[in-house]
Design a protein around this ligand. Structure first.
Ligand code: EUG
Length: 607
């Protein structure tokens, strides 16, 4: 297909213009510029034509039955709220992401596609949809915002599932409580939107955004995503859920189960996480056990912060850096989620194509990275640390002294503060994220390749020198073998680290897609053998990851399956999500456990 570099780039949707998934007006210029850079690196249309009869049907559902079911759903919800997926598949971009398939496909884009999208406007609508799905045994795939890029986007694991797009019509911030420092949100509230609503409220509160602000606050928390302030563990800082179960009951967790006076919400729903009895919130995170329609989230009282960057000269400083960081973090001298990145990411986050640095095939050689880094703000170094200190100006200065003296044990360390770096340096964007202001900068890595797409490899390891070395060595070796540049980011907590490896590939290339998936499969296996597992993964790798959590003959997976079968006897809710399959799918080849086939669907299934 012809490149469309000369075409003008359509402007991004704006949040205030009634687009829940849009960009705030004040970030629109940045977003349009970022999009233009991506368009410059586009060498194919990003639109995939469809094959065969449409829409793609869910397994075991005949077309006549499907059409009758859809007619009924249209009657139940209003025809305008049910949309059949029968158009060409447009990959779009971050702000115009599709809810029809995975924009960053690893297989054929036609593989993990939905049959339709349905847009509920209320919890009652969600109940209606769930009961309808049980009647017809049609699988549902709920999404909040449907971003989750690098992990499958909005795509359903089972072809032909109906995407329940919660965010489009359920996107209100229902409450902000300035005394309890909390809020109550619906699935369609992005970090961009929550930030704007908090600002509008005038209350002195801060939110905790992840690297990109377009994701759903609710969706990110229940997928156990991470941000960078002291409240960076999003699931740990949620408080209270409203959930529609797979058979259409509505429950509220924690204190929400105790009715407030005269029918009001319970006044401690967003204040005390546990309520009474078993703490069930956990089973609605990274699962297919319920559809979360409301979530409470704690907010941080506004505070001063100082974001800084420290560069360490040698790649081999790595283990010593990790030890020092742990010491600072377990003592809570650093109380947020700092990042440690390899210097190559300073090149990538400029938004330039790798060709501008290096025009050879395979990995960019270390001396080429060095040559370019030497001319940049970071200078010739191995690792770059982005941290942030919080509190009163005095407390910040005191902590900074300790951080400086600890890091100075590594010869050649350099500290840089926002005032020291050019206006377009990434440190400023980091400082905003750490101060609770959602950003869009992190997307720049995608320009590394033409038609840049990414896949996250996200293992957890202890914040300790030997473990960190073992995990990074696996990533180094496998990336070398498969010819990908290695982009490691450690998101660090006191006791463990999330290593996020961003595999950037050209999605117009079958070969790159195959190598990306082969590389991640190998890293998952090798890490598991060494005792390290992923905290989150792409929908097509969920089975492999879930099966690495195999202690005592995979007894935990069997426990999940028991819960699944009890809660969802018809197996309608997000089959295969997080590697959990309903009974009727099990043992028929749905599980994607290793290399081999390049489709999500088994050849023979009795469904
Ligand atoms: C990032 C962090 C994540 C994740 C995906 C991306 C950040 C990349 C800590 O979790 O899951 C710079």
């Amino acid at each position: 297909m012809a490149p469309n570099n000369n075409q003008s780039v359509p402007p991004v949707p704006i949040l205030s213009e009634n687009r829940h998934s849009g960009i705030p007006a004040n970030l629109a210029d940045k977003a349009n510029a970022a999009k233009a850079r991506v368009w410059k690196n586009k060498t194919f249309s990003g639109i995939t034509q469809r094959q065969g009869e449409l829409p793609v049907l869910p397994p075991g559902i005949e077309r006549q039955k499907f059409n009758a079911a859809i007619d009924e759903l249209k009657q139940l919800l209003g025809p305008e709220h049910v949309v059949i997926n029968d158009k060409p598949l447009e990959d779009g971009w971050y702000l115009e992401h599709p809810n029809t398939h995975d924009a960053f496909h690893l297989f054929d884009p036609n593989d993990t596609v939905s049959s339709a999208a349905v847009y509920p406007g209320s919890t009652e609508d969600v109940v209606t949809i769930v009961k309808w799905a049980n009647r017809y045994e049609i699988p549902l795939w709920p999404i909040s915002m449907g971003r989750n890029l690098g992990y499958g986007g909005a795509a359903p694991r089972v072809r032909g599932s109906i995407v329940v797009d919660l965010g489009k019509r359920m996107n209100r911030v229902l409450n902000i409580d300035p005394e309890q420092c909390s809020c109550l949100v619906e699935p369609g509230v992005s970090y961009y939107k929550l930030y704007e609503e908090v600002k509008k409220s005038g209350y002195p509160l801060m939110i905790d955004p992840p690297d990109l602000g377009g994701g759903s606050v609710l969706g990110n928390a229940i997928d156990r995503g991470v941000g960078y302030t002291p409240m960076g563990d999003h699931f740990a800082n949620h408080c209270g859920l409203e959930v529609v179960t797979p058979t259409g009951e509505v429950i509220r967790t924690g204190m929400g189960a105790l009715p407030g006076q005269n029918g009001a919400d319970n006044p401690t729903w967003q204040a005390f996480q546990y309520g009474y009895g078993p703490y069930v919130d956990g089973i609605f995170s990274q699962s297919n056990f319920g559809i979360v329609t409301k979530m409470g989230m704690w907010l941080m009282p506004e505070t001063e912060s100082l974001t800084f960057m420290a560069t360490f000269p040698r790649d081999e400083d790595f283990e010593d850096i990790i030890e020092i960081i742990r010491g600072l973090m377990v003592r809570r001298i650093m109380g947020n989620v700092p990042q440690l990145r390899h210097v190559i990411q300073e090149l990538a986050v400029t938004g330039k194509n790798r060709k501008e640095f290096y025009d050879g095939q395979g990995q960019m050689p270390r001396d080429v990275i060095r040559k370019h880094a030497s001319k940049m703000t970071c200078g010739d170094c191995g690792w770059v640390f982005y941290g942030c200190l919080y509190g009163t100006p005095r407390a910040i200065q005191e902590s900074l002294e300790v951080v400086k003296s600890e890091f100075s044990k590594i010869p050649g360390v350099r500290f840089l503060f926002p005032k020291d770096v050019p206006e377009d340096h990434y440190l400023h964007s980091r400082a905003r994220v750490c101060a609770g202001i959602p950003e869009i900068r992190e997307l720049e890595w995608l320009n590394w390749k033409n038609n840049g797409s990414h896949l996250f490899f996200s293992p957890i390891c202890p914040t300790k020198r030997e473990d960190a070395r073992r995990v990074i060595d696996i990533a180094i070796r496998v990336h070398r073998e498969y010819g990908f540049d290695l982009f490691p980011t450690f998101c660090i907590a006191p006791r463990e680290m999330h290593l996020i490896v961003n595999i950037v590939y050209d999605r117009s290339s079958q070969d790159e897609k195959r190598r990306a998936i082969a590389a991640i499969r190998k890293m998952i296996d090798e890490c598991a053998e060494a005792g390290y597992g992923e905290y989150r993964t792409h929908i097509l790798l969920a089975d492999q990851v879930m099966h690495t959590y195999s202690w005592n003959g995979k007894s935990l997976l069997r426990f999940h399956e028991q819960i699944k079968d009890a809660l969802d006897p018809k197996g309608i809710l997000a089959p295969g999500r997080n590697g959990i399959w309903p009974r009727k799918y099990r043992g028929q080849g749905w599980e994607l456990l290793g290399k081999g086939r390049e489709t999500s669907t088994p050849e023979k299934s009795k469904l």
